[in-house]
Design a protein. Structure first.
Length: 449
């Protein structure tokens, strides 16, 4: 195993996030490899960690002042053993090949867990939508799609949103794809409701993450009701995580953005959440503005000189990291445990560092890793693809009940796989093993391609 990890490291020494994601999966699937020596003979690890295709392209666009800018566009098509490549697009200045390869790699296993026919991919750009005008965002999306359109399609590769790509960007991307290809197809998910989108897709990641948490709590005869919860982020995933927790009788006391976090000891209610949604989705303001309206709350400016994030040292029962990768380090994880947190359900992708994960596991708290806990988003994307293929739309209740069933199924699958391989209650091992086994069998069935 160490030899393969070294081989991957030496090939692309600078891709730290990718190495982190690969190492976590490969270490936990060791018992599967021990039971199946043919996996080694067929070089499964080398094949599964190498993207089937990486597309890297120039995105030139013009700002409102007539100035030309050049960003980088990417699409990592990681694995198509189970279906067309599927996964979001991220627009954020931090985007590079390492981040997108880690996200695409995680996506492969996450999508397998949903049981829907989706391979794994991820893409995006180092473009920063923050502070850009509506017209600039549209021109950028059009420029991005003018190249990406050659590589995607409803049966080939179906992108969606991720950080920095929401309903607005999906609309502009879809419009340009349709114009260039002269086809109205389900080439993207997260579309507007009137032009092919699925009901419940905006809610799906956040709701799914809370459904997964409820399933974990049920194994200890507990529920979300009455629990104090920390949520990070304030985008799509965080907003709908809060919405579902409120509905189930829990109390959420924090939200954040890249500038800092707010703490409202009374907890958010639906009215406060509506204010936050408007602030973030329509006015595109900063979370700090919340305290101007709700003066009992406090604002804590992000401080990069600290070795921990004070958001994770507040007293609480549950934590839902829904911002970004590596937002909880070892010190934060210890703070969570010391302040009473007994459940972490990840709305973001890989928000916990390996040190943090070890601390959760050592303390035997309920820990739902992102590739299981946040799979609800891509699961409903899969349902959007199904509806598009049938050219019909399911009612909200139908999509929600399918989402619940899928999250329940993922939870069960994780527990069963963990049990089978001698790691009872370990959702990390369970998710990695169950996803891995499914993808590998499909790869073996399909031969050396
Ligand atoms: N970006 C989301 C994820 O990390 C959703 C992907 C999709 O819907 O295709 O799973």
């Amino acid at each position: 195993m160490a030899d393969i990890i070294d081989w991957i490291r030496n090939r692309d020494p600078e891709q730290r996030e990718f190495h982190q994601a690969v190492q976590e999966v490969l270490e936990t699937v060791q018992p599967v490899l021990d039971r199946n020596p043919e996996f080694r003979r067929k070089a499964i690890l080398q094949r599964i960690t190498e993207p089937e295709r990486v597309i890297l392209f120039r995105v030139p666009w013009m700002d409102d002042q007539g100035q030309v800018h050049v960003n980088r566009g990417f699409r990592v098509e990681m694995n198509s053993a189970l279906g067309p490549y599927k996964g979001g697009l991220r627009f954020h200045p931090s985007v590079n090949l390492s981040i997108l390869k880690f996200l695409a790699f995680e996506q492969v296993f996450k999508n397998a867990l949903t049981t829907l026919n989706m391979g794994g991919g991820k893409g995006g750009s180092d473009f920063d939508p923050k502070g850009k005008s509506e017209d600039e965002v549209m021109r950028f999306c059009q420029a991005f799609m003018s190249e990406l359109s050659r590589h995607i399609g409803p049966d080939t590769d179906v992108p969606a949103g991720d950080i920095g790509v929401g309903a607005r960007e999906i609309g502009y991307l879809f419009g340009m794809y349709k114009k260039l290809r002269n086809e109205f197809t389900g080439v993207l998910t997260g579309k507007g409701l009137s032009w092919g989108g699925s009901l419940m897709r905006p809610e799906a990641t956040g709701y799914g993450c809370v459904y997964f948490a409820s399933e974990m709590l049920a194994t200890r005869n507990e529920t979300i009701e009455g629990k104090t919860c920390l949520v990070s982020g304030s985008g799509n995933v965080a907003q709908f995580t809060v919405e579902k927790i409120i509905e189930l009788g829990g109390k959420v006391v924090t939200l954040s953005d890249s500038s800092g976090f707010i703490y409202d000891e009374e907890g958010f209610d639906t009215k406060k959440l509506e204010f936050i949604k408007r602030l973030k989705n329509i006015r595109r303001g900063r979370i700090k503005e919340y305290i101007e309206k709700y003066s009992q709350a406090t604002y804590n400016e992000a401080d990069s000189t600290l070795d921990h994030n004070p958001l994770w040292s507040l007293k609480a029962d549950c934590a839902f990291p829904a911002a970004t990768e590596n937002e909880i380090n070892g010190k934060d994880a210890l703070n969570l445990i010391n302040n009473g947190v007994t459940l972490v359900s990840e709305g973001a992708n890989m928000p916990s560092t390996p040190e943090a994960v070890d601390i959760y596991l050592d303390n035997r708290i309920l820990y739902g890793p992102g590739k299981a806990a946040n799979a609800g988003g891509v699961a409903v994307s899969g349902l959007e693809m199904a509806q598009n293929s049938m050219r019909l739309k399911w009612p909200r209740e139908e999509v929600d009940s399918r989402l619940r069933e899928i999250m329940k199924g993922i939870h069960r699958t994780c527990l069963d796989a963990a049990e089978e391989y001698g790691k009872p209650g370990n959702y990390v091992a369970g998710a990695n093993i169950a996803g891995f086994v499914q993808v590998v069998h499909a790869m073996l069935d399909q031969g050396l391609v």
